[in-house]
Design a protein. Structure first.
Length: 315
């Protein structure tokens, strides 16, 4: 069914936004503790420390040219982890890398949004050197958008869709950011995922579950299984398997566009970001653990066991 053209305010929507904000606050609070010790080896590629001075992890991604490289976009810095080794800071200028998207194919930029160190919003930004340097692609709005949810199409990398964190709109470009269309959205959106085989099939995670569009985000249909459940993360792998994260079900995957779901065993962690290397059958998750610290894990056996990649807890 079609949803109304404007999102309706509700207690559950406000609660969901509060949960998202709380995740960031918890991460920042845990980081304050870290200021009292000097384990700062993230600039040293030979360091064995998995303790990293990051605040909040905003996104994960795989380098399509070297699938051993995991990108980790955070509040303040951009990192790489190679073969599951401790993360290393690679960006030359500090920023807040929200809504991070790694490309499915080579010669496609990394995309993000968020806030520069000087304040304000970055709009849509991109990197063509693995996250070392970034430049602005588009502001979209004035003041610039702050995408906290964004999807980039595998079949058409010029198609990008993003949701402004202030609720100012859902926007889509089909020319890599030169022009933008304003679209309807069902609820406040926490994550967006575009089917790798069909750019018109788009999924949106919200505080009231998952919505699906089959016409390029012009109209939306509710997926009943996740009705009224806050969904924190949503992503496709390159084979079209859809992954989601909720407090109710944890990490789950669907091979039939959300009709049925299979639960995946994970650490005790509220998962805010997921990346999947389907070729090598590796799962990566990031989020906050019960004591509030922000951590990244890797599994090579579909969730049977998990290895820590990085944490902001002193080890």
């Amino acid at each position: 069914m079609k949803n109304k053209s404007k999102p309706e305010s509700s207690k559950k929507t406000r609660l969901f936004i509060t949960i998202i904000a709380a995740a960031i606050t918890i991460g920042i609070g845990a980081t304050t503790v870290l200021a009292n010790f000097a384990v700062q080896n993230t600039d040293n590629p030979h360091s064995n420390s998995r303790t990293v001075f990051w605040r909040h992890i905003h996104g994960l991604g795989i380098d399509p040219q070297d699938r051993n490289v995991l990108y980790i976009a955070t509040h303040g810095d951009f990192y790489q982890s190679v073969n599951g080794d401790p993360p290393v800071k690679v960006d030359e200028q500090r920023a807040d890398y929200m809504a991070f998207n790694a490309p499915y194919a080579q010669n496609v930029p990394l995309y993000a949004s968020g806030h520069p160190a000087t304040g304000g919003n970055t709009g849509l930004i991109k990197s063509t050197d693995g996250g070392k340097t970034w430049r602005q692609v588009a502001t979209v709005l004035d003041p610039p958008v702050d995408f906290h949810a964004m999807g980039v199409s595998k079949s058409d990398p010029n198609l990008i869709i993003g949701f402004d964190s202030s609720g100012r709109g859902l926007f889509k470009t089909i020319d890599a950011g030169q022009n933008w269309q304003t679209l309807q959205f069902p609820e406040y959106i926490s994550a967006l995922a575009i089917s790798p085989s069909d750019p018109n099939v788009i999924f949106a995670a919200t505080g009231k579950g998952i919505y699906q569009s089959s016409d390029g985000a012009n109209t939306w249909t509710h997926i009943e299984q996740y009705n009224e459940l806050p969904v924190f993360a949503l992503t496709f792998d390159e084979n079209g398997i859809l992954y989601s994260s909720t407090d109710e079900f944890g990490l789950s995957k669907s091979a039939d566009l959300g009709k049925t779901w299979e639960k995946i065993n994970t650490q005790k962690i509220t998962i805010m970001s997921v990346a999947v290397d389907a070729q090598n059958q590796i799962l990566y998750i990031a989020g906050y653990v019960p004591d509030g610290y922000q951590e990244v894990y890797k599994s090579s056996d579909n969730g049977g066991s998990w290895d820590l990649i990085g944490t902001n807890k002193k080890l």
